[in-house]
Write a protein that binds this ligand. Sequence first.
Ligand SMILES: N[C@@H](CCC(=O)N[C@@H](CS)C(=O)NCC(=O)O)C(=O)O
Length: 250
Amino acid sequence: VGRSRKYELYYWPGIQGRGEFVRLALEDAGADYVDVARERGGMAAMMRFLDGKEGGLLPFAPPFLRSGRLVIAQTANILAWLGPRLSLVPSPEPDRIAAHQLQLTIADLVAEVHDTHHPIASSLYYDDQRREARSRAPLFIRERIPKFLGYFEQVLQRNRRGRGLHLIGPSITCADLSLFQVVEGLRYAFPRAMTRILRRHPRVVAVHDAVGKRPRLAEYLASERRIPFNEEGIFRHYPELDAASDKRRS
Ligand SMILES: N[C@@H](CCC(=O)N[C@@H](CS)C(=O)NCC(=O)O)C(=O)O
């Protein structure tokens, strides 16, 4: 797996998934990390942790991060630990708690996104739960996306120090990077619906656009390290799910 790096990220190769929220933080900070499962022999190394053959607290599921003897799982928890170390969260406690709170809210949203295409079980194929997905997705699009994005819009409006560009405090945090990823993912999954919805969320769009222009992130997003969205990840584009919300509106 090459020379040892400061941070080892373990996540399923081939998808952005939840790992991407951690990758964005590491990339934006220019951190010294390796995406282990994408390296030769890396999957076996990842499975050793999941099979309990490595030290540290047993992770339930990827993503998890190893740094020295510490093994940290749960996306929001990883970022709560990593954020201050990468200067991606200001040190005052209220800001750190706020960043974690928003990160947990994003984790809730991500779980709901997953359930739009897997409403019955993660173990079944999409094709085996298509009907249920078609019932669920339009409601998620109409009710839940506006509720979550409306919430972030309000948080942005109320954070005067952020000048409309940051969720917390006066500068960039992991939460801003994650909001960028949420917009990217939802746009990929539901392009028609998101064109409508984003018109009503200008602050969220402004954060998205500003984050995408950060030099290290722009370089990362254009590189091969950024795995393209696909239909094995969390944000999946099934045109019938996007269009289902369309029809019910008219
Ligand atoms: N709440 C956890 C969820 C972790 C999770 O569900 N990971 C997925 C991949 S994105 C997985 O491998 N799940 C296996 C399982 O739930 O059995 C997080 O935010 O990290």
